[in-house]
Ligand binder design. Sequence first.
Ligand code: PLP
Length: 372
Amino acid sequence: MSRPAVARIDFAALRDNLRTIRQRVSGARLWAVIKANGYGHGLIPVAHALREADGLAVSCLEEALLLREAGIRQPILLLEGLFGPDEIQAAWEAGLELVVHAEAALTVLEATPRRWPRLWIKIDTGMHRLGFSLHEFPDIHGRVARLSATDPGLMTHLASADEPGHPGVEAQLAAFWRVTQGRPGPRSLANSAAILQYPQCHADWVRPGLLLFGVSPVPGRLVEAMGLKPVMTFATEIMAIKRVHQGDRVGYGGVFQAEADGWIGIAAAGYGDGYPYHAPSGTPVTVAGRIVPLAGRVSMDMIAVDLGSHPVAIGSPVTLWGRDLPVETVARHAGTIPYELLCGVAQRVRHERVDVPEEQTDHVQTVDRVSL
Ligand SMILES: Cc1ncc(COP(=O)(O)O)c(C=O)c1O
């Protein structure tokens, strides 16, 4: 027997999600964004499952080289470009496509002139994180074009695509189309939220990350209805059961107090596994097919759940998030975003390859002490 905390990764769902997204973007090509260890799902296995993607996008050279070492031959895009001159040779040999987002990086490339397969110019249309200003862009375009074997790609990133009808998005899109008008080269603007909410900016290449993993980037909007399925199920088991009496306090600080006599289950996963410390009492957890509330503070290795008057057996299955409990819901309770929860699953958590059968999702009931 080993510690039961496990991240089950459903690669069939991942492949299906890719196809579903593709149907939605009417012919646009697709960079599958799999940085940060494939959003916590495992970089290499995720890349192998996404062979149908037109390319893979990661944040840095280290991630790209891991993909090449694993035999991945698809185009790879470095979303943050190169961090210094020492990366040029390896990036070149690996045949990477680079985002060029700042003068310093461009100067580095110009100092060792060569024809990169394709360079992408990142234009700052209003997010003010990375990218050349609208004013700098025309001059930069000429310089980048001299280093690129093909017309440079033109890209931008939207700050508020997760908010439907946000005026900032319209302003960014207008600035992008205006400044790039008449220039050759592929365009790329849409992350997951923009794929869902702003079809007018799907353009030539979309860049979905979170959506591939079956998770919604838009608060309050689940993506099940679109046919997307969560890829990760973060699960564990009940390792102990406690009888409590009305007024008893549970866990560190005793912040949970039993309102009635009943049962507390102790599940084997905590913030040391990536379960969010800030999840408050009442955050939903699935235990043996029943949704019950978290009770008290999250410990490093354990959480407590309020089983009310219905004890369960030691070893009962617990879902922290996944197929029968959206990670979006847990994130909302914990005051964070699903991205952080997925990326934060700790290294000590076993990853298991599975295809979760549909029937596992059928027998989940909710109890009214939990708001989903
Ligand atoms: C430039 C860029 N494009 C696309 C993405 C994918 O975003 P999402 O996971 O919201 O689809 C990211 C992720 O942060 C990004 O930085």
